[in-house]
Design a protein around this ligand. Structure first.
Ligand code: SME
Length: 157
């Protein structure tokens, strides 16, 4: 297993979204690009903030839970704290929401556009401890680039 070149991924994302302003199309391509670039993951997708819930958006992987209240699970914790959650063993995370029982580790990055929380990017792996500090920094880097590209859009999705 090799980690992606996150700097290259950022540049690929900029090219992929260049010239398109539709936020749903861009979110879908963001997810498709990330899912195919990161090894050893079984789910990757966006949960979108709608009022006080995170609602399932574009994703790759098995069907997942649709609605996560703010503060619940790994995703809701990332959203409520505005802190990336890197969980080596989801079975040890109090309140973890198991959508796919195969998932064993998880990385969730809050997405903020113009300083406002708009959702989270959630990545699951069937391997415990899949995500390193390097993955965390790299995924945050690509998420930040994505949020900056969205800053001109009238809405997030
Ligand atoms: N495990 C997440 C729920 C979403 S799924 O993993 C796709 C959580 O605890 O918030």
């Amino acid at each position: 297993m090799s980690n992606p070149d996150y700097k290259l991924l950022e540049s690929q994302l900029c090219h992929l979204l260049d010239g398109e302003t539709d936020p749903l199309a861009n979110a879908s391509n963001f997810v498709g690009l990330m899912f195919n670039a990161i090894d050893n993951i079984n789910w990757l997708g966006i949960y979108v903030l709608r009022d006080d819930d995170l609602v399932l958006g574009p994703f790759q992987g098995k069907p997942a839970c649709v609605r996560i209240p703010m503060g619940s699970g790994v995703c809701g914790t990332a959203a409520a704290t505005l802190q990336t959650q890197r969980v080596a063993d989801v079975q040890l995370f109090d309140g973890h929401i198991a959508c796919d029982p195969a998932s064993r580790s998880e990385l969730v990055v809050p997405l903020q556009v113009r300083g406002q929380l708009v959702g989270v990017l959630d990545i699951d792996s069937a391997s415990p401890g899949r995500f390193s500090a390097e993955d965390e920094a790299g995924v945050e880097r690509v998420c930040n680039a994505y949020c900056e590209l969205l800053a001109e859009s009238p809405r997030f999705i």
